[in-house]
Design a protein around this ligand. Structure first.
Ligand code: DX5
Ligand code: ZN
Length: 217
């Protein structure tokens, strides 16, 4: 299947030191950075937007930025995020009015397309759009906050998507740690987001390496 990659989420790190925390993750073996954008509408929380991403990009020229757009109007931020230096734009299918059109806009802006599913959204909703996506995201917590408990009952969604789309990246996000990575890997996920388990650890390189080994085997 597609390459195994670990993308730490810096949501629960010290956001007053976003650059240092991001560098620490990259130096600890992160394959990409998962950046959580929340607008207080699609989810009951706020984080940061494209101005912050643009500054981070100026200090980190090379890393892959996976934007997890937990926003009510994903159409609205495509241009700004591309201009800020985002590499992948992952929107939620629940928030999009016209999925094929949004996919086309993201590609035209030069970014890869990710489509995300909240825990309550049936996997069948995304099946027609799989061929338009570079990545399909199965949320393993209710989006909005880091540090929640992993929902193992989302694994059948991952299995189904892997069976339908053998070449597409499948990402899991929410409560992922060395304690449950085997389930994610077995189901077929290859892009692994891990927040608290990595950034709260005194040895993030160890955790990233454990996660990667589990997905690679
Ligand atoms: C949740 C975010 C996740 C989350 C990951 O809304 O999309 O990226 O912060 O953090 P952990 O691994 O702590 O759940
Ligand atoms: Zn996320």
């Amino acid at each position: 299947g597609p390459k195994a990659m670990i993308g730490p989420s810096i949501l629960n790190s010290d956001l007053s030191m976003l650059y240092d925390e991001s560098e620490k993750m990259i130096n600890s073996g992160a394959d990409y950075l998962h950046l959580d954008v929340m607008d207080g509408h699609f989810v009951p929380n706020l984080t940061f937007g494209h101005p912050v991403v643009k500054c981070l990009r100026q200090k980190i020229p090379k890393s892959f930025f996976d934007m997890h757009m937990m926003v009510a109007n994903p159409e609205k931020w495509v241009e700004a995020m591309a201009d800020a230096g985002a590499n992948q734009y992952t929107f939620h299918i629940e928030a999009s009015k016209d999925v094929p059109d949004l996919c086309r806009k993201i590609k035209e802006a030069g970014m890869k397309v990710g489509i995300g599913l909240k825990p309550g959204t049936d996997v069948s909703v995304v099946l027609p759009y799989g061929p338009l996506a570079d990545m399909l995201l199965v949320m393993t917590v209710e989006p909005g906050f880091g540090g929640q408990k992993f929902m193992a009952d989302m694994m059948p969604k991952v299995e189904r998507l892997r069976a339908e789309f053998p070449l597409v990246n499948i990402e899991v996000d929410g409560g992922v740690s060395p304690a449950n990575i085997d389930q994610c890997a077995k189901a077929g996920a290859n892009m692994i987001v891990s927040g608290s388990a990595v950034v709260k650890s005194p040895q993030p390189a160890e955790v990233i390496s454990q996660l990667k080994q589990a997905v690679q085997k």
